[in-house]
Design a protein around this ligand. Structure first.
Ligand code: FES
Ligand code: FES
Length: 158
């Protein structure tokens, strides 16, 4: 069974006919060519596929595309500014050395964006708690938490 849906992805409007079994991550990656959302566990646990759906961090591997008809979606590709200028949270991850292989990084950055949008000045415990929703197999979490602290300190992370 198919459905036609409308998605606003990184401020661009798309009308897409999807199979009702099709996941959002596959629409983003295979239909729209947005490969930033990664597939790790493919069962809603690791957060590598995190995107923002109407501002909420969402596991796109576990979200049927038709369920988000009409939604505003932000992927990692939507963050960089003109001529590839890094978003402040991306910059903070770079400064803190908060990545190694980078596989988890798009999801981590979008998770951090969602925290800072809700709470622009979280303390370290709040950051640790929020960022614990996603898994990184490389860096440990110290540098990731450092990065979110840097972004919060600049006040530009939102
Ligand atoms: S790939 Fe979606 S949560 Fe792991
Ligand atoms: S940087 Fe490799 S999984 Fe996080």
């Amino acid at each position: 069974m198919t459905e036609q849906i409308e998605l606003f992805v990184n401020d661009e409007e798309h009308f897409i006919t999807v199979d009702t079994s099709e996941m959002l991550v596959d629409v983003l990656r295979d239909r729209l060519g947005l490969k930033g959302a990664k597939i790790g566990c493919d069962r809603g646990v690791c957060g590598a596929c995190t995107v923002l759906v109407n501002g909420d961090p969402t596991a796109s591997c576990s979200t049927f595309a038709w369920r988000v008809d009409g939604a505003r979606i932000v992927t990692i590709e939507g963050l960089a500014g003109e001529e590839g200028a890094l978003d402040p949270v991306q910059q903070a991850f770079f400064e803190a050395g908060a990545l190694q292989c980078g596989y988890c990084t798009p999801g981590m950055i979008l998770l951090a964006k969602s925290l800072l949008a809700r709470n622009p000045h979280p303390d370290r415990a709040e950051i640790t708690d929020w960022m614990g929703a996603n898994i990184c197999r490389c860096t440990g979490y110290k540098m990731i938490i450092d990065a979110v602290e840097i972004a919060a300190a600049t006040g530009e992370g939102q």
